[in-house]
Ligand binder design. Sequence first.
Ligand SMILES: *Cc1c(COP(=O)(O)O)cnc(C)c1O
Length: 376
Amino acid sequence: MQTRVAQALGEIDQASGSLIAPIHVSTTYLRDADNQYRSGRIYSRADNPSYLPAERVIASLENAIDAKLFASGNAAATTVFQALKPGDRMLAPKVMYWALRNWLKTFGADMGLQVRWVDMDDLAQVRSALAEAPTRLVWIETPGNPLWTVTDIAKVSDLAHQHGALVAVDSTVATPVLSRPLELGADIVMHSATKYLNGHSDVIAGALASRENSEFWQRIVRLRAQSGNVLGPFEASQLLRGMRTLVLRVKQSCEAAQWIAEQLEQLPSVAAVLYPGLPSFAGHEIAKQQMQGGFGGMLSVRISAGEAAAIGTAARTQIWKRATSLGGVESLIEHRASIEGEGTPVPADLLRLSVGIEDPQELFEDLRQAIEAASA
Ligand SMILES: *Cc1c(COP(=O)(O)O)cnc(C)c1O
């Protein structure tokens, strides 16, 4: 994988011999004299050759038959939801990326989607929710934002398929370096490519990849073309550049996150550390099975002295930047509860940490002094 992604599959542009894929800015394509479009391309809303190298890399990383880029992670995810039909029932996890949960609760409800919210890490609950009524889709996010709840992709996919439901996995946090949901039985995998895939906090992008060329996948592809949720050619090129270092960045973030999580657990001012790589974490055993080479760069920490001390900690860090988002080369710290507002499952004393690729020792020291000063 490291070789494939570093070389962006080693593709050489046939027309110019360039090692780096060209950016095609044209919105339209020449029609043949007899009115055909033998190039297969008519208009850039549906097709632009600039998308293809990044899509091929993502398909290769996920072991998918096809991948498509979208204007954002949310554009990718909501295209899956919109490919459902009014009245369709889906299962979604209670702990998930909040902007998508909000979409399902508002626009999803308006379009007639029946969303059954479950604890996706509780297989008995998933089984009984599937038995209640016919279900079209099971949406998984693992590790799930921002408690990092781990869902057993293979077991939930198996249960869903027994009930005729499709399975889609938001794998933004795991990245294809650590988990490949399609190999575990899922039908569709989704990424906010804004995060680890691009990795430099300078592109908003999303991706979907599919295990099969199913009717549902074809519907998603048509929906993208017709709704225009496409990425710009410049962003596609930036994303491809970012992805070349994906494996190195993820390895470094995982190693640092694991070490920082272990150090944080020792601090008396810390009530809990949520990280799939800690043996004390509820989902650790399943994470060990479905995440290879590390447990991701995301963790959360609960501050013993409560909400004010948590907010005070974020106010006192120098290296960790107070900002939302995740998966970039620079480390970020965020008080989630005050962003998510009412109905959030996030405790008020929790800080979400996105571990970048800076010096791990400096990252920990910065955090330790901030936690201790804010808790004094
Ligand atoms: C950021 C994120 C999204 C949304 O992606 P955008 O690119 O911001 O639209 C979805 N799921 C997860 C887990 C994310 O972190």
